[in-house]
Design a protein around this ligand. Structure first.
Ligand SMILES: [Zn+2]
Length: 283
């Protein structure tokens, strides 16, 4: 049978084709590393059964680009928010433009937004202000939230607790924190997004015993590409850019941690994502 892959960019050992369609809830496809070959990237994802991708919008310009991609490619959807790194740019004008993006049919979540006290590219005060303003936008629009948190678990939890009754659903994407933080989020009835961080023997293996603590109907999967290329891929890629076609490898790793089949995990996480983002798969 002819390979469904459009090119030989992925070595054969990296051409996983699971039996069920997957949803990548965090793909930074507006990153300039995808400028040259985005058609091929999307086709490889579809060949790998990654049929739905939520394109992360991290500021106005990238959210607008994400919307354009969602218009161009079936199966792509967009989020619109201001990343905590860029929180210093938040203004009433940004809030107004975000609100109009949130009204578009291609936009399925508010975010990426949240708190990142790891690098503090914006001050914690600026981050909290932009975050709360976006919680207000989520409350107004009824859209779910796509959240980023790094080294800010306790503060994030306090803020979310205060807003919990006003917002609908929220996913903490690329969860990498500890057990207490995880249980705090689950207590608030949040969803958790896991990436290839779990594949990193230097810094991700603490997550492995935690995976089983996340109820399957609260778990979603993502590449966070082009970042976070899994460190244990069975073959070398040209370059270090991660892409949605490699999501099935992450699903395989997670399924192994959970002691269930790839198909069961793929099906559960895809169903959760469709319900969470209210995605009509027929669009
Ligand atoms: Zn993030």
């Amino acid at each position: 049978m002819a390979s469904p892959y459009v090119d030989d960019f992925l070595p054969e050992a990296l051409q996983f084709r699971p039996s069920v369609p997957l949803v990548d809830i965090g793909a930074n496809l507006t990153h300039d590393s995808f400028d040259r070959d985005l058609d091929a990237v999307v086709q490889r994802a579809q060949a790998a059964q990654v049929s739905t991708m939520i394109v992360t919008g991290t500021d106005i310009a990238h959210a607008e680009q994400a919307v354009e991609l969602a218009k161009r490619y079936p199966g792509l959807y967009a989020t619109a928010g201001t990343h905590p790194h860029d929180a210093s740019q938040w203004s009433d004008e940004v809030a107004r433009r975000m609100a109009s993006l949130h009204a578009l049919p291609e936009v399925v979540a508010v975010g990426e937004c949240g708190l990142d006290f790891n690098r503090n590219f914006s001050t914690p005060q600026e981050q909290e202000k932009a975050f709360e303003a976006q919680l207000a936008l989520a409350a107004e629009s009824g859209l779910p939230l796509f959240l980023h948190e790094r080294d800010a678990g306790p503060r994030m939890r306090d803020i979310l607790q205060a807003w919990r009754d006003d917002i609908s659903q929220a996913v903490v994407h690329c969860f990498t924190a500890d057990r207490d933080t995880l249980f705090g989020y689950l207590d608030l009835d949040l969803h958790i997004g896991l990436t290839g961080w779990i594949c990193d023997e230097r810094r991700g293996h603490h997550l492995r015993p935690l995976v089983g603590e996340i109820p399957l109907n609260r778990l979603m999967v993502e590449t966070d590409c082009p970042y976070l290329l899994p460190r244990n891929l069975p073959a070398k890629l040209k370059g270090r850019r991660h892409e949605p076609a490699l999501l099935p490898w992450i699903v395989r790793e997670l399924a192994e941690c959970l002691g269930i089949s790839d198909a069961e995990l793929g099906m559960a996480t895809a169903a959760t994502a469709q319900q969470f983002f209210r995605i009509d798969t027929e669009r």
